[in-house]
Design a protein around this ligand. Structure first.
Ligand SMILES: Cc1ncc(COP(=O)(O)O)c(C=O)c1O
Length: 393
């Protein structure tokens, strides 16, 4: 019986999924750095434009990009995946493809800054209203849906304080209201969480983060059922042009090959570093999805396969947070995450700077919080660096 890649383990899908070798039989996937394609006849061009198989133009699709899309779709358990030029392009297309003037969106209030800008500033220009909710409060989601609610948006775990939302329960609320649930799965990665299997309709990624994982390129992806993906996104992707470049697709599909290994190792090290941070006298609170004192530990146990590589901790004041960051010798001060190199940032003055103070306080983000993305360095070296910096905080 021929192997069905959909039955493979995630690790096999990540290495071999979507493979479409050229007649040369290359082992490493080919990079088709081409904008357009030649047709063997006018009839062939006619057939392709009529919807037949084959590529037409890089904005619509590309063989290298398709390997990335097919591979990520297999890992995610999605029927369809479309790659985008960045995570923000994915979030933008995912929402605007589902919403039109007069529609209503319900969104978890702890969102990455640019996602919040799309929801708060951009969508209202096109007549879409939003209600923000505490994403951990199921009654709040239920109370917020209206007859014209067409989409629910949540980031889980959320940036930067790692709140976790019960995705299956929110999907039920969405479906009972006739709406679609969009999940930004960046922090969990497909290694530790599969929102579609939990009932979500659409998953979005910033592939810039763990999927690349080595600080090179921007990229994004939208995944879901084939019919919904075609109906909601085919035209908007084709005509507005947020296509992922074939070069970036190639980098990202090679990133997928090691994603599982990297994320599991980072998560193990993060658990160790989080325990060390929590035990230090200078820390007021430490949040890591793998710790039993995570505020939504029961939901984590239900829907996540690991704690992930992000840690948030409160050092009590901006001065202490800055002293910590400035004392780090190995860990970089940087706002990115999911990289092989560990990074720490002060969300209030960087990633969440544009969030009004009142909204920041609503999600509990005060000036003492630091967010750390644990990388692939030796756990002993990281422990020493973080301990020294905590002593200095
Ligand atoms: C949760 C989350 N969603 C989306 C994005 C946007 O991704 P990108 O930077 O690839 O546009 C980011 C980070 O930048 C993020 O942390």
């Amino acid at each position: 019986m021929a192997e069905d890649p959909r039955d493979w383990e995630d690790e096999t899908q990540a290495v071999r999924g979507g493979l479409a070798r050229s007649p040369y039989g290359e082992i490493s996937e080919a990079l088709f750095l081409t904008q357009s394609f030649a047709y063997e006849s006018a009839e062939a061009a006619d057939a392709r434009f009529a919807g037949g198989p084959g590529f037409i133009y890089q904005r619509f699709g590309n063989p290298t990009t398709q390997v990335f899309e097919d591979r990520l779709a297999l890992i995610e358990g999605a029927e369809s995946c479309r790659a985008t030029a960045s995570g923000m392009a994915a979030v933008h297309v995912a929402l605007t493809g589902l919403l039109r003037a007069g529609d209503h969106l319900v969104a978890g209030r702890a969102l990455f800054g640019s996602c919040r800008w799309i929801v708060s500033e951009w969508l209202p220009r096109f007549g879409v209203e939003t209600t923000y909710v505490d994403a951990t409060d199921l009654a709040a989601w239920q109370a917020a849906v209206r007859p014209n609610t067409k989409a629910l948006l949540v980031e889980s775990p959320a940036n930067p304080l790692l709140e976790v939302t019960d995705i299956a329960a929110v999907a039920e609320i969405a479906h009972a209201a006739g709406a679609r649930l969009v999940v930004d799965n960046v922090f969990a990665t497909p290694v530790f969480q599969k929102p579609l299997a939990l009932g979500a309709d659409i998953v979005v990624y910033s592939a810039t983060k763990h999927i690349d994982g080595q600080g090179r390129v921007l990229g994004g992806a939208i995944l879901g059922a084939a019919e919904l993906m075609t109906q909601a996104y085919k035209d908007i992707l084709r005509h507005t042009g947020p296509a992922l470049s074939p070069f970036n697709s190639w980098v990202l599909l090679k990133g997928l090959e090691t994603l599982d290994l990297r994320v599991r190792r980072q998560s193990e090290t993060a658990a160790r570093v989080a325990d060390l941070i929590a035990a230090h006298g200078k820390t007021r609170r430490t949040i890591h999805c793998g710790r039993p004192d995570h505020p939504q530990a029961a939901v984590v146990a239900k829907q996540m396969g690991g704690g992930g590589n992000l840690i948030a901790f409160d050092l009590g004041s901006r001065d202490a947070a800055f002293r910590f960051l400035n004392a780090l010798e190995i860990v970089d001060i940087s706002n990115n995450l999911g990289d092989a190199k560990s990074m720490a940032t002060h969300p209030c003055t960087t990633t969440h700077r544009s969030m009004p103070e009142a909204e920041r306080l609503e999600i509990g983000l005060t000036e003492g919080w630091v967010r750390m993305s644990v990388g692939l360095e030796g756990p002993g070296d990281l422990a020493r660096d973080v301990s020294r910096a905590l002593d200095a905080a």
